[in-house]
Design a protein around this ligand. Structure first.
Ligand SMILES: [Zn+2]
Length: 191
């Protein structure tokens, strides 16, 4: 699946708009909890359901932790996000921001499970949410900053509150290394 034409530009301006509303500069880290309250989407950690549904919670927190990251639950048009708070903070940030991105992009609610009982996901919509989440958490300017400052992936992951994998992916997507290392032809205003 490839992102539709124009989506990346759209995502960048949406992300910038949201970051402006939060009073963040393009190299500032974004706190997904602040973002959630800004867009008025309540967040509930999986651990909150421990008493009500102990078995599923145990399953996703101890046995098969990677199976569940986050999901948007709809009540009419209202969204709320249930996320796996047993994951690392960096991973939680990405999962939460991914779900919020579905909201920002006004993706319609889709049934979480199809008739066969499998996750029924629309690949294009998923890619859009993942892309926007990456741009929100680690904007293009931030990737250039990380490379210019010669931060390690670990340092950048800590600064931006995300996983190393996300930092690495964003740096690759913006071509930050090439742009910083060849300033004359790449760094000025090229997108
Ligand atoms: Zn999704």
């Amino acid at each position: 699946v490839t992102l539709r034409r124009g989506f990346k530009t759209e995502a960048s301006s949406l992300a910038q708009q949201v970051r402006n509303e939060l009073g963040l500069k393009s190299i500032d880290p974004l706190d997904p909890l602040r973002l959630a309250s800004h867009v008025e989407i309540p967040l509930i950690g999986l651990s909150d359901f421990r008493d009500e549904i102990p078995n599923p919670v145990r399953h996703f927190s101890e046995i098969n932790t990677s199976e569940f990251s986050a999901v948007t639950v709809f009540d009419g048009t209202k969204r709320l996000i249930v996320y796996n708070d047993f994951h690392s903070k960096g991973r939680q940030a990405n999962s939460i921001t991914h779900e919020i991105s579905h909201g920002i992009l006004l993706h319609r609610p889709t049934p979480a499970f199809n008739d066969m009982g499998c996750r029924d996901v629309d690949k294009e919509v998923e890619e859009e949410a993942s892309w926007l989440a990456g741009v929100l958490l680690v904007p293009e300017e931030a990737t250039l900053y990380i490379v210019r400052q010669r931060m390690t992936l670990d340092q950048a992951a800590i600064k931006y509150g995300v996983s190393k994998q996300l930092v690495e992916w964003r740096i690759r997507m913006t071509g930050a290394r090439t742009r910083v290392n060849r300033p004359s032809s790449y760094s000025r205003g090229r997108r």
